[in-house]
Design a protein around this ligand. Structure first.
Ligand SMILES: NC(=[NH2+])NCCC[C@H](N)C(=O)O
Ligand SMILES: [Mn+2]
Ligand SMILES: [Mn+2]
Length: 300
C-alpha cells in the first residue's frame, strides 16, 4: 500500500438536511486518526479542511429538486482540485466527510488518473438518485449516479469531464434501502450489488473475495467510499439516515482487513459521521478503527 497519505477534511453538510455532519472531520481527527496511521508507519500530511461556503441566506433553494445545488457543486469542485493534486504527486488521498455528496468531488479528482477506476460503495443506500428520482432532493443521495454522468450538469461536469466511472466497475456492499429509480438504474446499467440479503447468505468473507476477484480483472485502481450508515445503527448511531439491519462491527473489520491484504485500494473516503447525533464519538471511533484495519493493523 502507498505509504504517503494525504488527509483531506470536507466539512460539508449541504447535501442533506441534518446539521452536524460538517463536524465529521473534526470528530474523526479527535478520535486519533493521524496517530493511529503513524503507528503503522505511514507518512501523513494533513491538508486541513476544504472551504465549504454556506448559502447566502438560510435558503432551501430546491431548484430542480437539488437542495443547495450551487454550494454543493462549488465545494466539490474545490475538493476535486485538491484530490487531483494529491493523486498527481503520488500520494494516497484519504478524504474525511462530511455528507456523502463529497464523493462526487473525490471521484472527479481521482478518476482523471485512471482508465478504469473501480469503486467499492459500502453503504445502506445506493446514492444513485437524480433530481427527478430523488424522494428528498438531498444531493447526498445522488453522488454515484452523478459519477456515472447521470444528473445535473453542474455536478456531472466537475473538472470538465464525464463520466468519472463506468457502471461495470462499481460494487455496492450493504445495501438495504434503495429507491425505485435507483433499482431501475442498477438493473439497466448492470451494477453489481451485494444487498444485506447476499451478505447474510454468503457471509462477508465470500462477498469481499468475490468483489476483489471481480474488480481485479477490470480496474487499474480502486476507490473505497465508506458511508458509516452501512454499519448497523446500534454500532454507528452518529449518522443522518440510519437504516436498521446493517453490517456489523466484525463484518466491517473483516472487509477492511481483506481489502488491505488485496493491496488494491488506491484511495478512500469515510463519510456521514455526524457527532451531534452520535453517542460519545462512537461513530468517529468506529471510522478510525475501520481505517486502522484498512491500512494494515493486525495482531500478527
Ligand atoms: N449518503 C446517504 N446517506 N444517502 C441517503 C439517501 C437517502 C435516500 N435514498 C435519498 O435519496 O434521499
Ligand atoms: Mn448511506
Ligand atoms: Mn451514502
Amino acid at each position: 500500500m502507498n505509504k504517503q497519505l494525504s488527509i483531506i477534511g470536507v466539512p460539508m453538510d449541504l447535501g442533506q438536511m441534518r446539521r452536524g455532519v460538517d463536524m465529521g472531520p473534526s470528530a474523526i481527527r479527535y478520535a486519533g486518526i493521524v496517530e493511529r496511521l503513524e503507528n503503522l508507519k505511514y507518512t501523513i500530511e494533513d491538508l486541513g479542511d476544504i472551504d465549504i461556503k454556506r448559502p447566502a441566506q438560510k435558503d432551501d433553494n430546491k431548484l430542480d429538486n437539488l437542495r443547495n445545488l450551487n454550494e454543493v457543486a462549488e465545494g466539490n469542485h474545490r475538493l476535486a482540485e485538491t484530490v487531483d493534486e494529491v493523486v498527481g504527486k503520488g500520494d494516497f488521498p484519504l478524504v474525511l466527510g462530511g455528507d456523502h455528496s463529497i464523493a462526487m468531488g473525490s471521484l472527479a479528482g481521482i478518476a482523471k488518473h485512471y482508465d478504469n477506476l473501480g469503486v467499492i460503495w459500502y453503504d445502506a443506500h445506493g446514492d444513485l438518485n437524480t433530481g427527478d428520482s430523488s424522494p428528498s432532493g438531498n444531493i447526498h443521495g445522488m453522488p454515484l449516479a452523478v459519477s456515472l454522468g447521470i444528473g445535473h450538469e453542474k455536478l456531472t461536469n466537475i473538472l470538465d469531464y464525464q463520466p468519472k466511472i463506468k457502471p461495470e466497475n462499481i460494487v455496492i456492499i450493504g445495501a438495504r434501502s434503495l429507491d425505485e429509480g435507483e433499482r431501475i438504474l442498477i438493473k439497466e446499467k448492470g451494477i453489481k450489488v451485494y444487498t444485506m440479503h447476499e451478505v447474510d447468505r454468503m457471509g462477508m468473507s465470500e462477498v469481499v473475495e468475490e468483489t476483489i476477484e471481480y474488480l481485479k480483472e477490470r480496474t487499474d485502481g480502486v476507490h473505497l467510499s465508506l458511508d458509516l450508515d452501512g454499519l448497523d445503527p446500534e454500532e454507528a448511531p452518529g449518522v443522518g439516515t440510519p437504516v436498521m439491519g446493517g453490517l456489523s462491527y466484525r463484518e466491517s473489520h473483516l472487509a477492511m482487513e481483506m481489502l488491505f491484504q488485496s493491496k488494491m485500494i488506491t484511495s478512500a473516503e469515510f463519510v456521514e459521521v455526524n457527532p451531534i447525533l452520535d453517542e460519545k464519538n462512537k461513530t468517529a471511533n468506529m471510522a478510525v478503527g475501520l481505517m486502522g484495519s484498512l491500512f494494515g493493523e493486525s495482531l500478527k
